[in-house]
Write a protein that binds this ligand. Sequence first.
Ligand code: GLA
Length: 391
Amino acid sequence: MEIIDRITNIFQKKFGSAPAHVARAPGRVNLLGEHVDYNDGFVLPAAIDRATYVAFSAADAEQTQLVAADFDEQAFFSPQTIPLKTLMDGSPLPEWALYPAGVMWALNGNHLETCGLNAVYASNIPRGSGLSSSASVELAFIIAWQTLGGWTLPSMQRALLGQKAENQYVGVNCGIMDQFASACGVENRLLLLDCRSLEWKTIPLPENISIVIADTKVRRKLTSGEYNKRRAACEEAVRLLKQDLPEIKSLRDVSIEEFNRCAGKLPELVSKRARHVVEEIERSKQAEALLEAGNIRRFGELMDQCHVSLRDLYEVSCPELDIMTRIAQSLDGCYGARLTGAGFGGCTVNLVAHEEAERFSQLLAKGYQAETGYPPEIYITRASNGAELLK
Ligand code: GLA
């Protein structure tokens, strides 16, 4: 595979020998349950066939020397410099290095040893596209340190440590969905996760259906305050709703009827945000039965509704995502289309009849370019396995 050859060659040149190992951790696409993971809801992602790859060997010293092939940059750090977020020379860690360094920090915090690594990594998940490129970097490095560390963690524990790195080291207050999907993905299966109990199961991909990812090429940064603001609005809603519903712990505990009864007491913006979450959790609860019954038409309608809700209530869409979704929904063979991931740019996910998928992709690309003036990237994806050691 091209990307593995590329990092292997760079490794060989940089460190003078072939890497002992190669690990891979995928990105993800989410079909239903958006912005509900941090509200204890249900999500339905799949790991995709795009991933971060890391070629690595144990270093002689305890320092870790990393090459980010995609940036053509290097970072040199150790367990001592990690808490300071600096390189060995005292300069601040470059942004890309916060993810592997954060993983080292989270593992050490859990008393898991991280030996010095020589490593080269690269990814074919477009960054900032809503396909969890950062979670995939975190999980790839957890696999690397696990391989050399003499300890093994269950995949959900790996996901939780990746999330800890992202929340507490990188500083993005994300939920568990992305790291979960990257850690626990199963080939050809969708993953249904209860974000409260962390119980999960797999659901087969509907037969004759393709998952098409359409990248608007618009990039917004998730570290920005908007994501954290949405979380804060949800927490504020819970605090206020508790006056009438003292038992609730999160928006997961509020039914649509209860919400309709009490929503008048919430400030308008908080009410809109919370309504999205309450209704989206209700939609995602229907997913399993619909998919099992093969009712893709109804499932696709829920995806369409999800987009409207993300656009009008949660306000995390953007004109390009709306254009991409609208065109998709008008094309033959499309069951459902919506933005996927945090929003503010990035990709849409589309469920399309298998035999129409190629034509759908071409027409969607054409239509999007005609309206926006720039070409999207559209591809049919395959649900893949979670983070793993390849060699
Ligand atoms: C980002 C976060 C996830 C989740 C989604 C929205 O991808 O990392 O935890 O909140 O946004 O569903």
